[in-house]
Design a protein around this ligand. Structure first.
Ligand code: SF4
Ligand code: SF4
Length: 307
């Protein structure tokens, strides 16, 4: 935040002051009604001139600040061009910029070292969510980190501890309460759906949904081959569509994913998700997934008696 004061000298003000000065001088040399009439006429003219002149740039500006604005080189790094307003230059945050750059570098490294070979050369992946809600209806574990718990609690207007006791089936920590030892929780299910799936098929904590929900279907197990991707796609059959469970190995599940075996390598649809975004989500999933327990090591402590 920049604090300080400024003093600007505008041409339109100068013209007004000049006319006022002339009017005063003339009126001093006259008497009676002529002096008054001249004074009023010239004053009105000067005011009109002042408001009609559209000169917006000051001839000179003197600025005194207690903290200086970012240098132009920093601004160039941030936006590729100089900010056009003071507001834009104040939004520049070198720390955020450094963080963004380091994240981009980490993503570059991830793509270089860990991206599956068969994705090389693709421009995008055929996926566009239809909000069918099937991915929330299958059985599976949805984990949340402490940061995600705090965000979701805020959305629901709950204390994190109340959130955990209301919505978690299991948690890992030194107690069943949400405290500094909590490393993750697992959401409980209702029926065979996630506890947050509402009657309209919508997520009750959508803007704060966990990483693993936000990054679906760009998960490692689905992106490892064209076959694994295609198996996850919903394969509709008009005859049995209404009776199909949300997901089966034979019929797949996600109706927003399109099979790719028959599509050209470079994608082909405007709705394809660009590869960089695919990798970004894959990277996010992999990073968050490392913090959660694997199937073979689940030291779960139940937090909720409803399951
Ligand atoms: S948290 Fe939301 S998006 Fe994730 S499984 Fe539950 S209902 Fe679906
Ligand atoms: S199953 Fe696929 S299309 Fe349906 S809501 Fe989930 S991600 Fe979207």
């Amino acid at each position: 935040m920049t604090e300080g004061f400024s003093c600007a000298f505008y041409p339109k003000h100068f013209a007004s002051y000049l006319l006022l000065f002339i009017s005063l001088s003339l009126s001093l040399q006259m008497t009676g009604k002529r002096r008054l009439a001249t004074y009023v006429a010239v004053t009105l003219s000067s005011l009109k001139l002042s408001t009609s002149l559209q000169l917006r740039r000051p001839l000179f500006v003197r600025v005194a600040t207690r903290s200086s604005a970012p240098s132009s080189s920093r601004r160039t790094i941030h936006q590729g061009s100089s900010p056009s307003t003071q507001e834009e230059s104040e939004r520049y945050d070198p720390l955020q910029e450094a963080l963004r750059k380091s994240e981009e570098r980490a993503l570059d490294n991830f793509i270089e070292q860990e991206a599956p070979d068969w994705l090389q050369g693709r421009k995008g992946m055929p996926f566009e969510c239809t909000a069918c809600g099937r991915c929330c209806k299958t059985q599976g574990d949805v984990y949340m980190s402490p940061e995600e718990i705090q965000k979701a609690s805020q959305v629901l207007g709950l204390k994190p501890n109340d959130f955990v006791h209301e919505y978690a089936s299991h948690a890992l920590g030194q107690s069943n309460d949400f405290d500094e030892t909590t490393t993750w929780i697992r959401l409980r299910e209702e029926g065979q759906s996630c506890v947050f799936l509402d009657g309209d098929g919508k997520c009750g904590i959508y803007e704060a949904r966990p990483h693993q929900c936000r990054t679906y279907p760009f998960w490692p197990n689905l992106l490892k081959s064209a076959k694994s991707w295609d198996e996850e796609c919903r394969r509709k059959d008009e005859d049995n569509e209404s009776t199909l469970p949300p997901w089966t190995p034979v019929d797949g599940g996600c109706e927003g994913m399109k099979t790719i075996e028959t599509l050209p390598m470079d994608g082909g649809s405007e709705t394809d998700v660009p590869m960089r975004e695919v990798y970004r989500q894959l990277f996010e999933y992999v990073t968050s997934d490392k913090r959660f327990p694997k199937d073979t090591e689940r030291p779960l402590s139940p937090t909720n008696k409803q399951e």
